[in-house]
Design a protein around this ligand. Structure first.
Ligand SMILES: *Cc1c(COP(=O)(O)O)cnc(C)c1O
Length: 403
C-alpha cells in the first residue's frame, strides 16, 4: 500500500499542482464524522463551517451514505433524455416539502441561480409583457450568488469580478437593506428582485424585517418576482426551511443547494409557482447530471434526516442560545455578533488584525471556522452539533480574542 502523505506534503502538492483560487486554512482533513473532522496526523477538530452549510446534517450521515451507495450500485445516471424512477417521486417530495408547485433540478448552487435568472427573464417577456431584451433584475451589494460570468458580473466583491468582464447587462445593484433604494429602482421593466434573505458570504448580515416585507409588497404592486437565494440560508441553517419566511413573506421562486444533499453529492434546485416554471419548454434549459437518480436518492435521504432528527428546530433553539453566548463574551475586539438560527457572524473591530489570524489560532485549538469579508468569523457548525462542543468553541474564541 502507498504510504499516506503527511499534511505538509499534501499542502505542497496542492500548491504545486492546483490553481490558487482559494486561500484555505492549513489543515488537511482526512476523515469526518458528525460535527468533527480529523486531519492527516489524527488531530480532531470541531467543524464550525460545515462546508458552507452543505453539511448541515453532519459529515457522512449514515442514512445519506447508505442512500448514496445503494443507489450507485443500481443506477447513477440516465440523463434526462430518458426518464428515471427516482426523479418523479423526488420532485413530488421536494415540492411538498417546500410548498412550491414545481422544481427544476440542477447540480451546483450557481446553476440554480442561473436557472432562476432565466426563469425570471422569460416570465418577464412572456407573462408580464416586458419588451424583449429589456428585462431588469434588481440585486444587492455584498451579495454572493455563485461564480459564473453572469453572476460575478453583479457581484461587488472586487476579487470575484476583477478582469472577468465584459459582464452580462440587465442587473442593477442596490444597497442591501435599503428599501427606499429598491422602490426608486423599480420601473416597468423590472422582472425580479434576487435577494439573499440573510447574506452568508457577506458575513451573516441579517436585514431588518421590513426589508423583505417591503420588497414583497413592491413586487406585488409592480408585478415582479421575488426570488430568494436560500442556497446557504435555507434547509435549517437559519432555523427554518427558508429564512425568508421568518419575516412572514413568501417568495415566488427559491434557489436551494448545499444542504440539499447533506454534503454527499452536488444537488441544487430552483423552486417556483407553476406560472413561473411553465416558461421552461423542452430544449430551453437543462443539465446532463441535473435530476440524476443518484442525486435524487441522496437528496431524498438528506431531507429525511433534517425532518427525522428535528434539525431545523434544533438550529433555532441551539442557535438562540449560541448567539447569546457569543454576545456574552463581551470582548473589546468584537464589534458585533449577528445571526439567526445556528448561524453566527462575529465581526471584529477593524483594528483587531483581521479575522484570518483568529481563525488560525482557533485551528491550533481544534476549532475550524472561516473568515469571511476580512473582519468576520462565521460559525455555522453541522446542526446536530452537541451543545458541549459549542460551549468549548465559545471558550476557545474567548481565549484567542484575549491574545
Ligand atoms: C454557495 C452559494 C451559492 C453558490 O453555490 P455553489 O454550489 O458554490 O455554486 C449561491 N448562493 C448562495 C447564497 C451561496 O451561499
Amino acid at each position: 500500500m502507498k504510504q499516506p502523505l503527511d499534511s505538509r506534503s499534501c499542502i505542497e502538492l496542492e500548491d504545486r499542482y492546483s490553481a490558487h483560487n482559494y486561500n484555505p486554512l492549513d489543515v488537511v482533513i482526512a476523515r469526518g464524522e458528525g460535527a468533527h473532522v480529523w486531519d492527516v496526523e489524527g488531530k480532531r477538530y470541531l467543524d464550525c463551517l460545515a462546508a458552507y452549510s452543505a453539511v448541515n446534517q453532519g459529515h457522512n450521515h449514515p442514512a445519506i451514505v447508505r442512500a448514496l451507495t445503494e443507489q450507485a450500485q443500481v443506477l447513477a445516471l440516465t440523463s434526462r433524455a430518458f426518464r428515471n424512477d427516482r426523479f418523479g417521486p423526488f420532485c413530488e417530495k421536494l415540492a411538498k416539502w417546500t410548498g412550491y408547485d414545481r422544481v427544476l433540478m440542477m447540480n451546483t448552487g450557481a446553476e440554480a441561480v442561473e436557472t432562476a435568472i432565466k426563469a425570471a427573464r422569460r416570465w418577464g417577456y412572456e407573462v408580464k409583457g416586458v419588451p424583449d431584451g429589456r428585462a431588469r433584475i434588481l440585486v444587492f451589494d455584498n451579495n454572493f450568488h455563485g461564480r459564473t460570468t453572469t453572476i460575478v458580473g453583479f457581484a461587488t466583491e472586487e476579487a470575484s469580478r476583477h478582469h472577468f468582464g465584459p459582464f452580462t447587462p440587465g442587473f442593477e445593484v442596490l444597497p442591501y437593506g435599503d428599501l427606499a433604494a429598491v422602490e426608486r429602482a423599480f420601473d416597468d421593466h423590472v422582472v425580479a428582485v434576487l435577494v439573499e434573505p440573510i447574506q452568508g458570504e457577506g458575513g451573516v448580515v441579517v436585514p431588518p424585517p421590513e426589508f423583505l416585507q417591503g420588497i414583497r409588497k413592491l413586487c406585488d404592486d409592480r408585478n415582479a418576482l421575488l426570488i430568494a437565494d436560500e442556497i446557504q440560508s435555507g434547509l435549517g441553517r437559519a432555523g427554518a426551511v427558508f429564512a425568508h419566511t421568518l419575516d412572514g413573506v413568501c417568495a415566488d421562486g427559491v434557489t436551494i443547494g448545499k444542504a440539499l444533499s447533506g454534503g454527499l453529492y452536488p444537488v441544487s434546485a430552483f423552486l417556483a409557482r407553476k406560472e413561473v416554471m411553465n416558461v421552461f419548454t423542452p430544449g430551453s434549459h437543462g443539465s446532463t447530471y441535473g435530476g440524476n437518480p443518484l442525486a435524487c436518492a441522496v437528496a431524498e435521504a438528506a431531507l429525511d434526516v433534517l425532518a427525522d432528527e428535528n434539525l431545523i428546530e434544533r438550529s433555532r433553539e441551539l442557535g438562540g442560545w449560541f448567539l447569546q453566548e457569543l454576545r456574552n463574551l463581551g470582548s473589546a475586539k468584537i464589534k458585533e455578533v449577528r445571526g439567526r438560527g445556528l448561524w453566527a457572524g462575529v465581526e471584529l473591530q477593524h483594528d483587531a488584525g483581521g479575522a484570518r489570524k483568529y481563525c488560525d489560532l482557533l485551528r491550533e485549538r481544534g476549532v475550524l471556522a472561516k473568515d469571511t469579508r476580512s473582519h468576520t468569523i462565521r460559525f455555522a457548525p453541522p446542526l446536530m452539533v452537541a451543545k458541549d462542543d459549542l460551549v468549548d468553541a465559545v471558550a476557545k474564541l474567548g481565549e484567542v480574542l484575549a491574545q
